[in-house]
Write a protein that binds this ligand. Sequence first.
Ligand code: CA
Length: 239
Amino acid sequence: MAATETGRILVIEDEAALRQVLVTSLERHGHRVSTASDGRAGIESLRGGDFDVVLLDIGLPFVDGWRILETLEGRRQPSVIVISARGEETDKVRALDLGADDYLTKPFGADELLARVRAVLRRVRPAAEARQVIRCDDVVVDLGSRAVTRGGAEVRLSPTEYVLLAELARNAGRLMEQRTLLSRVWGPSYAGDRAYLRTFVNRLRRKLEADPADPRVIVTVGRQGYRFGPVPEVGAARG
Ligand code: CA
């Protein structure tokens, strides 16, 4: 339903013309939009407001987008879509690694932007799911309440991190191919974009694994994909 796909959006962009275009197209599609025209104002807005999505430029006066990503780390986060003129793969990986959910290179069309915003909002508010609890070692994923704990302590995940983990956990013990994960979590047009998956798996491992270099919860399966937990034993006693 369209109503569930609108959200509160903060646009942090110093270029006035682009800012206005973004505001106009987002508002036309029912989003509530606030703006900040430099990095310092952006940080102020983030402190004071409650946003679902932040569109974040990298090249900004006073405080750049990289610094803003760093200040968001560890807090209850809005989903961040970086909008940048820098199209290098290393910039994209750096942004994802710092907690961004998506990366859009300028120039881009309004349709492309709106599609990305919708995709991020779907991850913020996914459809309700039956209560099902999946465990691996001391990590517990509750698909009903969307709670993740490790050793009994709450693990804070961004919406995209959670959706990826839930996709793996729901299929615990089974190989999930890279393309499948990319298209289910980010969307079909991302199926070949392994940088997203690699970066988000690393982010999850840092939060969930006792030793991220020797993962047991999110296991790499050759070059094909990933698996949540060990392979179930064939012929295990059924009680
Ligand atoms: Ca700029």
